[in-house]
Design a protein around this ligand. Sequence first.
Ligand code: GAL
Length: 426
Amino acid sequence: MRKSMSVLAGALAVGLALTGCSSGGGSNGSDPKDPNQVEVFTWWASGSEKVGLDALVKVFNEQYPDIEFINAAVAGGAGSNAKAALASRLEASNPPDTFQAHAGAELSDYIAADQLQDLSSLYDDLGLTDVFPDSLIERLTVDGKIYSVPSNIHRANVTWVNTEVLKGAGIDPTKAPADIDAWIADLQKLKDSGVDSPLALGTEWTQMQLLENVLIADLGADGYGGLWDGSTKWDSPEVKKAVGQYDQLLDFVNSDYTGLDWDAATQILIDGNAGYNVMGDWAEAAFTQAGQTWGTEYTTWPTPGTDGIFDFLADSFTLPKGAPHEKAAKDWLTTISSEEGQKAFNVAKGSIPARTDADPADYGDYQKTAIDSFANDTIVSSLAHGAAASIAWSGDISSAVGKFGSDRDQDALITALVAAADKALS
Ligand code: GAL
């Protein structure tokens, strides 16, 4: 999903929206009259994310050999193109059979718009309330009903570290700086040692995720959580401090950051051209697929100042109202929820299984740290990945953060963040 792919997918999404046609109902082979098909909509279109999806499809094909999997993926990290393409399809009453949605506020948007079917009876049939953790079930439930099946849990407050690059500047890669200021001091050391852009960064949503990490570091779990219900003000001294530090961090990033999707930004670190990248743990799959080993070529820590906090997001799959292949969609959801499906998918994807009965021994060393943190740390909801704020609210924040990248006007950013919160919470 390099730059060119993203641009292509964006153009495709716009094209689909303009022509009113979509990948459903024939153009990608989906035939509403053929019951033995399932059209699955995600943004796992290429690279390490596609490898994760392929692993899941392999289990699905074994469990349901008569059903044809139709891939309706739209490229663009974090659903940056997919969500708009999906909205057009739902608007045109042309839903896929199932689509990827983040647990939490994003899912609530689709439920409020009456676009999803209640899956409570599937949960009863498969005994799923017993196998997923309460913190996740809470974020999937609205008015006592459950509307999606989670495939995984990702962590968004991870700093990925190139060990050789840090050692080259005399920095111990195994020790996380205590807070953002200490981290900025290390970034300066790297720069002084000749690393031009020590912090790898990408397109708008990755910028928002970096700001989200700094907010968690400066506000703590409760203060950050309060941003989403109005109990923490967006013009509080702590938010202003976070914005100031975020501004400083931008002094250390690659100059082409606005045009790079996450995988291209993470690749800068894999290639040894940066010291750090703040990214969700889908990056784990990119490092392993590049043949690197956690603890050797790279390592990870919770982003400085966020130790003890797990910045949570989960992908889940829905059954839209009007899905043409409802029975096959339920089969897909059954595979996702199964022990086998969760293991195959998560081992490949870098995430941890949503099921609590999974065996940590099946997972890599990084993933073991995430399993432990999810079980023991304080959980907060990710902004950039749909858990904390509605699609409209996070879209407003994302635009403000993107604009900040060019004007670097801290006051204007705070004003825009306050306005976005007022609009969302009014
Ligand atoms: C997140 C999603 C992850 C991963 C990532 C990058 O929003 O939950 O599964 O795909 O985007 O695209």
